[in-house]
Design a protein around this ligand. Structure first.
Ligand code: PBG
Length: 333
């Protein structure tokens, strides 16, 4: 296959690159605001505050978080993903604030769904913003325990769904949680609530700014999250994880992080042909944003390249802190 390509001068691939109009016609991938999901950090505090490691991104109070969701909608973004910053006095060992039906996440979900029912809302299901340890699960004798954690996650999923959340996104990487959550939601009349599984989530350095943003970084211990998040040397394991989550009833698979893991995204997408999203995480945002701010790159040009590459690799949608920026760029044309 493709032997004919060497047949010069009959074939001159540069003919298809000569002018902008023809380059546009033969471009194989495209991006639109439709492809993006905007993460929003919401805080219990009255004042919105800057996130030091993520220039341009804030922990927003309820009102500002709501306003940002409306702005996203205005620019054609179809869904937002909510992450809470929980004050340390509310955190405890079991993360019980996660099960408070009136917590900040539920309040924001309710507000968004009340005023903008057509904007999709995604809630992370994991305990890390709520636990003093910063771990996603419960701890017994130094171990992040799987099965008891799942019971709590089921409850967390249900209160979010009850508040109006459209997509439950378990990001905890416990084994077997998708099936348990699916069954629990169904039993409680939430058959239509979607599950987007963080099916393939690597134990990555690139989450550092996020953990700083939700104050969940300092007490993880020497193993960090390596006993539940995946080793970044592995890809066969990614296929096993994805296949398990499909069998367990996930509607959408999420691959995370993004740009360094496009091989994994492509492999999972082409193996299962399943709705597959990618998460351009906080560390990726920071690296790019700092380089844009220092004048190294033109914002529009570097973002267009970055996101087209996600699409080329097979992403159906991309969660990104740049979602609003790129939507604005695309609108201007
Ligand atoms: C929590 C969670 C994390 C992220 C999304 N959900 C952090 C972690 O696993 O430590 C990371 C997102 C980002 O870095 O932007 N389970």
């Amino acid at each position: 296959m493709n032997n004919f390509l060497s047949n010069f001068p009959l074939h001159r691939p540069r003919r298809l690159r000569k002018n902008k109009w023809i380059r546009k016609l033969v471009r194989e991938s495209s991006i639109a605001p439709n492809d993006f999901i905007l993460p929003i950090f919401v805080t219990y505090e009255k004042q919105s505050t800057e996130i030091k490691l993520m220039p341009g991104i804030k922990r927003l109070n309820l009102e500002d978080a709501f306003d940002l969701s409306q702005k996203a909608k205005e620019f054609g973004i179809n869904a937002v993903a909510i992450f809470p910053e929980v004050p340390s006095k509310i955190k405890d060992e079991t993360g019980k604030e996660a099960l408070n039906r009136n917590n900040i996440v539920c309040r924001l979900v309710e507000k968004i769904k009340k005023f903008s029912p057509s904007l999709g809302v995604i809630c992370d299901v994991a305990l890390d913003p709520y636990t003093t340890s910063g771990h996603d699960g419960l701890i017994e004798n130094g171990e992040i325990i799987n099965d008891k954690t799942i019971n709590v996650l089921c409850e967390q999923a249900l209160i979010n769904a009850d508040a109006g959340c459209d997509i439950i996104a378990p990001s905890d990487m416990m084994d077997g949680r998708v099936e348990k959550i699916r069954n629990y939601l169904d039993k409680n009349n939430k058959q239509n609530t979607l599950i987007m599984s963080y099916a393939v989530k690597y134990s990555s350095n690139l989450y550092a700014p996020f953990r700083n943003a939700v104050s969940a970084a300092t007490k993880l211990g020497p193993d960090k999250k390596n006993t539940y998040q995946m080793d970044y040397g592995n890809i066969n394991e990614a296929l096993r994880e994805a296949s398990l989550d499909i069998k367990e009833g996930a509607d959408i698979l999420l691959i995370k992080p993004g740009i360094m893991y496009l091989d994994v995204l492509k492999e999972v997408k082409s193996t299962f042909n399943y709705p597959t999203f990618s998460y351009q995480v906080s560390g990726e945002y920071s690296m790019l944003k700092n380089a844009i701010l220092s004048g190294e790159y033109n914002e529009k040009e570097i973002l267009m390249e970055t996101f087209l590459c996600f699409k080329r690799a097979g992403a159906d949608a991309i969660i990104s802190y740049f979602a609003l920026d790129i939507a604005k760029i695309l609108k201007k044309g």
